[in-house]
Ligand binder design. Structure first.
Ligand SMILES: C[S@@+](CC[C@H](N)C(=O)[O-])C[C@H]1O[C@@H](n2cnc3c(N)ncnc32)[C@H](O)[C@@H]1O
Length: 262
């Protein structure tokens, strides 16, 4: 079928149809993902793809799912998680009687569960913190709640901790123990659209900024800064940096850790 739609028109129509803020994502990435999904479903035009999105709820779900990249693992980027473990968390718990932690764009849960394991290892009572983990992908949130991982996801976690907190339940399947699972609350949330709750001491948003346009990143940073408590920390991915932290009322602590000033 000949394409009567240009990509920008298609993107605007899909954004409306699916209620997604596709404008905040880098255009070439959105384009690549859409065309690869179309190839997979033998769709030859954007028109056809839009038609499919409108009439077929299974395809709609496949579209959203294909669009989100869920790569994650426990203790991803050990140097950064080491800094979190040895510096950021101890200083938060020294300063505060209750620490509110939000893992935004949490994917399969490896990230918030890593924090829960660290806190358990540090002997911090669960009454002293709350971990909320959110993502736009309902399918990956179900996987997170289930808490079963392959050995690949656990490669960077200390072997002793794997032994202590996971049970083998199948070939290359490791179930996270219930006492850690219950420390994290999972919730659906679109970071580009929905209101944020306030009062966070640590916001972890890693490997999500990379998909956003410059304006998308700035808007999100401003929104995170507005809901962080004074001296709260924003923990980004290893390739994600704030060019001018002061313009967001933040200062750089180390690596991709930023602290809200006032
Ligand atoms: C590469 S994963 C990052 C996972 C984890 N933070 C890490 O670094 O290991 C990116 C996640 O962003 C989620 N995502 C994409 N768009 C989103 C949006 N608008 N709101 C919330 N999450 C979104 C995807 O579903 C995916 O799980």
């Amino acid at each position: 079928m000949k394409d009567e739609l240009d990509f920008t028109t298609f993107k605007n129509l899909v954004s409306r149809e699916l209620d997604l803020r596709l404008d905040s994502y880098k255009l070439n990435r959105v384009e690549r993902r859409v065309y690869s999904l179309m190839r997979r479903h033998d769709l030859t035009s954007l028109q056809e793809c839009l038609h499919q999105i409108k009439k077929d709820s299974t395809f709609r779900e496949a579209f959203i799912k294909h669009f989100t990249i869920n790569t994650s693992e426990f203790y991803r980027n050990p140097t950064s998680f080491g800094y979190l473990e040895e510096n950021v968390l101890p200083s938060l718990f020294q300063r505060l009687s209750k620490v509110n932690i939000w893992s935004a764009a949490c994917s399969n849960g490896a990230e918030p569960y890593t924090v829960a394991i660290i806190l358990e290892e540090q002997g911090i009572s669960p009454q002293k913190y709350r971990i909320l983990a959110t993502d736009i992908d309902r399918f990956i949130l179900d996987i997170a709640r289930e808490g079963i991982y392959s050995s690949q996801s656990l490669l960077r976690l200390d072997k002793k901790l794997v032994k202590k907190y996971f049970t083998m339940v199948g070939e290359d399947q490791f179930q996270l123990n219930p006492e850690i699972k219950k420390l994290v609350q999972f919730k659906y949330q679109d970071l580009l659209k929905e209101e944020f709750t306030t009062g966070w001491d640590l916001i972890i948003c890693r490997n999500f900024f990379i998909y956003l346009t410059k304006e998308g990143k700035e808007t999100l940073t401003r929104r995170f800064a507005s809901v962080l408590n004074k001296e709260g920390i924003l923990f980004l991915g290893n390739t994600e940096f704030l060019m001018d932290p002061a313009s967001f009322n933040m200062k750089k602590l180390a690596g991709s850790f930023y602290q809200k000033l006032s």
